[in-house]
Design a protein around this ligand. Sequence first.
Ligand code: KIV
Length: 277
Amino acid sequence: MPTTTRTFAEKKRRAEKIAIVTAYDALTAAMVHAAGVDAILVGDSAAMVFAGHETTLPATMEQMLYHTSSVARGARGAFVIADMPFLSFQCGLDDAVRNAGRFLKEAGAHAVKIEGCDGALVQRLVAAGIPVMGHVGLTPQSVHAFGGFRAQGKTPETAARVHQQALALDAAGCFAIVLECLPTDLAERITQSVRAATIGIGAGVPCDGQVSVINDLLGLSTGYLPKHAKRYARFYDEGLGAVRQYIDEVRAGAFPGVEHSIEAAGEAGAPPARVNP
Ligand code: KIV
């Protein structure tokens, strides 16, 4: 059954966990869709893990549209959520609605994700037929306001504030809310008090589902792995080994072999355009 916004509510009701990963390109999207994820988030984390920036702030609307349409093409039938980049929704309701609509109209997304708590904007988007995933806790677009990538809601006052934000997003009509880097007991209280499905990243097991950055999951990164992330494979190390072997073989004259070489027509017939190992 393809995922829709209703799937999130149904899974929450049945206490079935929701598994989401990020993707930024068609091939990765095809892979995670074939693996059976419930939804794909085209996160503005693309600015960091794809484009090499220190924060998500440089992501632009045009870049996010490009990533989102690539993902939607690569994973036909998947539920695709597009992350609205910094300053695409903070400068007025009309621009925000127009920008959000572009993800559905031009890029093939089914929903948008918005960081922070703007109930009026969520209501406008939902009224316009644009499903919204909220995002509270460590919202990376506020990294400078937070003084770094820091867990949120660790004191009673900040926990109460984050909880209020989640309640407001729920009341405004979000179908799901990302809880990022929050204490587990706070995530549990939020999960129990909202209708929306809570999707945790660094917020413990009580959430209704989890989202992971695909590069962390695949080990496709060079350095720091966040405490909340789990590496299930070592794609970077595998790739490094493969490219080193290729370099060695080129330098030793061992690649290309005859099987990768083109014969003159008449000797061995027309060569195939492409030979896979
Ligand atoms: O940009 C992103 O990938 C995200 C997830 C980490 C929730 O916002």
